[in-house]
Design a protein around this ligand. Sequence first.
Ligand code: AMP
Ligand code: ZN
Length: 473
Amino acid sequence: MKIYNTLTKRLEEFVPIEENKVTMYVCGPTVYNLIHIGNARPMIVFDTFRRYMTYRGYEVDYVSNFTDVDDKIIKAANEEGVSSSEISERYIAECKKDMEGLNVMPATVHPKATEEIPEMIDMISTLIDQGYAYAASDGTVYYRTRKFSDYGKLSGKNIDELESGHRSEGHALKVSGTEDREDDLDFVLWKPKKEGEPYWKSPWCDGRPGWHIECSCMSKKYLGDTIDIHAGGEDLIFPHHENEIAQSEAANGKPFAHYWMHNGFLNIDNQKMSKSLGNFFTVRDISEKYDLQVLRFFMLSAQYRSPLNFSDALMESAKAGFERIKNAVSNLSDIEKSGADTPMTDEEKKNLEAADSFKERFNEAMDSDLNTADAISVIFELVKHANTTAKEGCSKEYAAALRKEILTLGDVMGLILETKAEVLDEDIERLIEERQQARKDKNFARADEIRDELLSKGIQLKDTREGVKWSRI
Ligand code: AMP
Ligand code: ZN
């Protein structure tokens, strides 16, 4: 698998720290509102990465945070006259609903900033002890940016350019602080409370953490000092990820992440979709018009690093494409029901071998920096192959094998191509047939195994004179 690493600005072969394992941290949303479809892009693409790596045999530890203390959350809470935790809890729940609709798997852990304050205080203390941070007279703690000699290595920014950029136009690093900040480039690790804001006790003042420190701490706590992959949208490269590296590498004395992956923006009219510009659609808005699977399909129709423009026309074309795949699966399912109970013909075997080669090409596309656009083209070719070779009258076995191939690839993309009930019923029927065959072959051990397997899934079999009947228990 080759990954474009923002840190080295090269495509690199993925070599995990531990064989067959991936440790991965993806910066999650700030929860003060419903997520917009721009926020959904990293969720979908990195979930697809996770699914693909799992499919290739890796065990993936996937951590993604919720930023639940932040100026925007406090503002929303004050506007509604409720606590900020009420706002963040509400929007975490809403975000999880959207994730479910998009078929984004829950992370291994979804830490929340407010539940990791002691860890953040610990890391800030370590940074102070090592001379990488200092407390100003009002209790604000700053990171001494110039002391970290590798500062700028991710974003490619040079500290002196930052300095002059800062002087001429007021750089993003600038935060309103007190006069005893040593350098304009120093960023905040801890800030004093203001009236009406949530706060925690700390050795420096009652207050709350800066944004960057949470990801450094959560990544360390749940995945270790050095992880395989850190990911997020490209707007996070600077300053967020640059600052995370400065914090983690100074505090831990080890490299932070081996690979940095960043998704391109979702644009609208070729402008970044964002809440501050007001040009956004929420995932919820889209769900009123489309099945969210269509949104997922749309997002995967481009390679994750390319910018992606959102428009009605592109969504309509995604809908048509997605339905083409679903229709093929449903046709195969019909053919399977009515097809011949005979073994596969030689021609069908040859056609199935040809279908297998699509799987290899799918892997090649995904191995090439998760090129989901090319992977989808391969799925379309497989669909075309299925539509032309699996006709009424072909063997059940052939139709079933093709259907399984499409479903497997769809599953890697996180695309739900069949309704759950359909899958279940058909799987039951298939196992019952296999059990009948096992009994005919006097393979009673296998027959019993199938009966037990079904029972563990809540399906009871009853052998009657009219054949096997099944019921859910
Ligand atoms: P935020 O809540 O703004 O911190 O964003 C959460 C995640 O969504 C981050 O990884 C952002 O980089 C990403 N993101 C925000 N807007 C967009 C967009 N228009 N396109 C792609 N990713 C985005
Ligand atoms: Zn982060």
